[in-house]
Design a protein around this ligand. Structure first.
Ligand code: NAP
Length: 311
């Protein structure tokens, strides 16, 4: 068995990565977790979590993420602030290139780098920080008593549009179909919220404003009618794209770039695992990411045991 810097390298500090780290640390593996931003992942910018067991009254995403980080550290996980720039993967050794210029090796790698909000590409880039946002918990307080457009029909769009109504006077929720994708309980809350007006069968085609967003242009996909909504901001939640630029050609992915795994969370490369939102999975939840993380750590442990056996 070749000598490496680590038994396990975990890439990404969201719920999946942190759980993998807890299990690996408790298995007394030599493990490190690299996270380029604040550990906790997307959950720390989620305003409220009510479907993670153990918190009957619900919990803020920030608090839940922070508790997970503290728990992982208490169990012995080392978390380092580093970005992965590239990897070279073989069955026997995985080499990871870090943004700081360091190169480290491991027997196993757990990819837990999550996914980022998908862009609309209708000119929103020009208005980033000037009315356009992908994060309600970060930016909603800037829109007190303002009119907003929110885009999307999934859990994120509906949950975050409801959150926006704590600040805005009105939220137009623009969705490309006449039915929401979000879970029923969120749909019910949005549809009975007086501040939310649904703009069905419609897509955002552009936006304009002198400095900040002033108008959002919308097209009805059934009638082709174009309308303009006077709004101070536009929040976009139309799904996610996986954070896999550093690993893209090394492991098999689906057409959307999400990493394929088997039931052991193993990718197409032996000893390389993927967990949470970055992998192809029918359900992207904190609960499922946490389960993935536990399975991946156990699989990594078995993989390393087998390497010792064949020595
Ligand atoms: P999602 O479930 O993929 O939904 C994306 C939404 O955006 C869909 O309604 C989709 O429309 C729409 N959309 C996609 N591309 C579009 C485009 N180019 N123009 C206009 N609309 C477009 O993504 P998500 O809401 O970000 O959720 C991601 C995952 O996290 C999901 O698995 C979700 O369940 C989970 N999540 C769960 C919770 C919770 O449990 N409370 C909260 C947040 C997220 P169509 O419906 O027509 O496809």
């Amino acid at each position: 068995m070749a000598s490496t810097d680590y038994d396990v390298i975990i890439i990404g500090g969201g719920p999946g990565g942190l759980t993998a780290g807890m299990y690996a640390a408790r298995a007394r593996l030599n493990v490190v977790l690299f996270e380029k931003a604040a550990p906790g992942g997307q959950v720390i910018v989620t305003d409220w979590v009510e479907n993670y067991p153990g918190f009957p009254e619900g919990i803020t995403g920030y608090d839940l993420g922070e508790k997970m980080v503290t728990q992982a550290k208490n169990l012995g996980l080392t978390i380092e602030s580093e970005e992965i720039t590239a990897m070279t993967l073989s069955k026997d050794e995985k080499t990871i290139h870090l943004g700081s210029g360091r190169t480290v090796t491991a027997h196993t790698v757990i990819i837990a780098s999550g996914a980022s909000p998908r862009k609309l590409d209708v000119g929103e880039a020009k208005f980033m920080g000037k009315g356009v946002s992908f994060c309600a918990t970060c930016d909603a307080p800037f829109f007190r008593d303002k009119v907003l457009v929110a885009v999307g029909g999934g859990d994120t769009a509906v949950q975050e549009a409801i959150y926006l109504t704590k600040f805005a006077t009105k939220v137009y929720l623009v969705h490309r179909r006449d039915e929401l994708r979000a879970t029923k309980v969120l749909q019910e809350r949005a549809l009975k919220n007086d501040k939310i007006e649904m703009i069905w069968d419609s897509v955002v085609t552009g936006m304009d404003g002198f400095f900040n967003v002033e108008n959002v242009h919308v097209k009805n996909v059934k009638t082709q009618a174009q309308t303009t909504i006077k709004a101070d901001g536009c929040f976009i939640w139309v799904g996610t794209t996986p954070n896999t630029s550093y690993v893209k050609d090394s492991v098999k992915t689906d057409e959307g770039g999400f990493v394929f795994t088997d039931t052991h969370m193993e990718t197409s490369v032996p000893g390389v695992y993927a967990v949470g939102d970055v992998r192809t999975t029918p359900l992207k939840q904190i609960t499922t990411a946490v389960g993935d993380g536990a399975i991946a750590a156990m699989s990594a442990e078995h993989f390393i045991e087998n390497l010792k056996d064949v020595k």
